[in-house]
Design a protein around this ligand. Structure first.
Ligand code: NAD
Length: 254
């Protein structure tokens, strides 16, 4: 499988440095970034191409991994899918725009392409998907991050946001992927609380789901990526796992 990457930052670095040395049938062949030096660095590590021409990249790969920004999803995803190329999208907040979500769904269907949204920085998405249509009554997410992760300069715990995921995405577009992923998985606008907490050094996500099935709570306490404290290591690891699953015969826990 030939892969191209859009956005050569923290997540792309973890994916590339993990996948390339394993030499397991996944060839990361093209790297695209608005900062060409970043693309060149990863291309040189992987023995791939730093793409200057976006179309050339898409014409020569089976799948594009987006790890750039919600704006890049809006700009590039329609072009990629129209060429019948599959995608993994990390900037899942882009899909909180419902019109865009449906537009992408239609383009992908019409062109026999697939859009994969990894579970990212949380555990528990398997359970939420399983119960989504079976009496799920309540889902909420509490996200707690350090001031550094949220780009704040404060020394006391503070609730930055309390409300629906669709509103949170407008205020925290780069920190809302987890809320967006859960909302899409259960097809409802979930309740979200975002807390900035000077006493934590992890990106913590607590999910509570209740319904006819019973109840579950998950807590994920992620170490932030050194290269980008907004991003959790687990987000990159979930994309790596998803990429590898395409070559597997028996898939567990999907
Ligand atoms: N799904 C999840 O759980 C999850 C978790 C963490 C981060 N993310 C998202 O993944 C994305 C990447 O995260 P990261 O930590 O690697 O970010 P990063 O800032 O470290 O890297 C992003 C890279 O993309 C490039 N870029 C941005 N916009 C671009 C564009 N329009 N065209 C080409 N290149 C572009 C930047 O130059 C940069 O090199 C972000 O949108 C982030 O919000 C998702």
């Amino acid at each position: 499988m030939k892969v191209g990457i859009i956005g050569c930052g923290a997540i792309a670095n973890i994916i590339t440095t993990s996948i390339v040395p394993e030499n397991n049938g996944i060839e990361i062949a093209y790297f695209f970034d608005k900062d060409i030096e970043r693309a060149e660095n990863l291309a040189s590590f992987a023995g791939g191409v730093a793409a200057l021409d976006f179309d050339e990249m898409v014409d020569n790969v089976d799948l594009v991994v987006e790890c750039a920004s919600p704006a890049s999803v809006k700009h590039f995803a329609p072009k990629i899918l129209k060429k019948g190329c599959d995608m993994i999208v990390m900037s899942i907040g882009a899909f909180m725009d419902i019109d865009f979500y449906h537009e992408i769904e239609k383009i992908a269907k019409d062109n026999n392409a697939k859009v994969h949204l990894p579970s990212g920085a949380i555990v528990g998405l398997d359970g939420i998907k399983a119960v989504a249509k079976f009496g799920l009554k309540e889902v909420n997410l509490v996200t707690r991050k350090s001031p550094k992760s949220l780009g704040k300069n404060i020394d006391e715990e503070e609730i930055l946001f309390e409300g629906k995921a669709s509103e949170a995405v407008k205020e925290f577009p780069l920190n809302i992927n987890v809320a967006a992923t859960i909302s899409i998985a259960c097809q409802r606008d979930i309740d979200v609380k975002i807390i900035v907490d000077p006493n934590v050094d992890r990106n913590v996500h607590e999910i509570t789901a209740r319904g006819d099935f019973g109840e579950f709570k998950t807590t994920t306490m992620n170490y932030p990526c050194a290269a980008n404290p907004k991003t959790s290591m687990l987000a990159a690891l979930s994309a790596i796992r998803l990429l590898k699953s395409f070559n597997e015969t028996i898939c567990v826990g999907m």
